[in-house]
Design a binder for this molecule. Sequence first.
Ligand code: TYM
Length: 325
Amino acid sequence: MRVFSGIQPTGAIHIGNYLGAIKHWVELQKKAECVFVIVDLHAITIPYQPEELKKNIFDTAIAYLAAGIDPEKSILFVQSQIKEHTELCWLLGTVCPVGDLLRMTQYKEKSKQFKRMINAGLLNYPILQTADILLYQTDIVPVGKDQLQHVELARTIARKFNQRFGKVFVEPKSQIPKIGAKIMALNNPKKKMSKTLGPKSYISLFDEPDEIKKKVMTAVTDPGKQIKYDPQKKPGISNLLTIYSLFSGKSIKKLEKDFKGRGYEDFKRSLAKVLINSLEPFRRKRKELLAREVYVEEILNQGTKRAKILAASTMIGVRKKMGLV
Ligand code: TYM
C-alpha cells in the first residue's frame, strides 16, 4: 500500500495540520510505504516573499521530522526538486475540464481572499495536487476534511485518463480522521484553523508554553458556562473539547463528566497544561534539528533521489500512452 500526502510551506505548522494529517502519517508509516512532500509549488500561488519561502520550506521539513516522520521509513522531499510534478500537471490539464476547477471550494475562498492576485496557478492548483498524488501510484491520501474535494478530483482525473489512454494510474482514496478532520480557529470557531487566519487562530506545534497558555485562555467560547459538546450551539467549547480529547486520549464524554460544574476558565487552564506537555517533545526535537541543518538537507536530498525513481517510472508510462515519444 502506498500512502502520499503533503503540506504547503506557508508558515507555522499548527495543531490542525497535526490532528488532521501528520498524526495519522506517523501511524501509517509503520505499515505502509509512505511519501510525504513539502509542496512549495502550491505555496507560490498566493503572494509570497522568496526569502521567506526558502525559510518556510526548511521549517516545514523540521516540523515533519519533529512531529515523528521517520526518514528511515518514509520518503520526504520538496516538490519543486522533481520536475515530473510540473510536467504531469501540464499533461493532466488537458484532461481536466475548467468547470471542475472553478467549482473547487479552496479556489473560491482563495480568490476572494487574494482578489488582486487571482493567477492561473491558483485555478490549476488542484491539477498539480493530482499530479503529486498520481505520480506515486498512491492508494491512500491521508488529509483533513478541507482536502477531500481535491482528492476526489484526483480520483476523477485518474479514471478519465485511464479510460481515454489506457491504465496508467491508481485511483487514490482519501483517508479522513473520524475526529479532528476539521479543527476550528481559536479566535473564530466558525472558521477552520488556518495559517492564513493569523497566529491568533492557531497553536503552532512549536509555540512556547506562555504563548500556548495565552492563546487557550483567550480562545473564543460560547454563552453559558457548561462544558458540553454541541458543535451547533457551542462551537467554541466543542472545538476545545475535541482538541483536549485528541491530545489527552480521554473521550469527550469523559471530559464532559470530569468538568461538570466547573467553569470555562478551569477547563481552559487544564487544556493549556495538556497542550504544553503534549507539544514539549516537538519543541525539544525541533531545537535539536535546528542545530543540524546539514543532516536535514541530507534527508531531503535522499528523499528526492528515492522519489525521483518512482516519479520517472510513472512518467514513462504516461508519455507512451499519450503518444509523446
Ligand atoms: P495544507 O497545507 O493547507 O494543509 C496540510 C494538511 O493539514 C490539514 N489541515 C487541517 N486538518 C484539520 N483541521 C484543520 N484546521 C486543518 N487545516 C489543515 C489539511 O487537510 C492537509 O491534510 N492542497 C494541500 C497540500 C497538497 C497535498 C497534495 C495534500 C498538495 N499536494 C497531495 C495531499 C496530497 C493543502 O493545501 O494542505
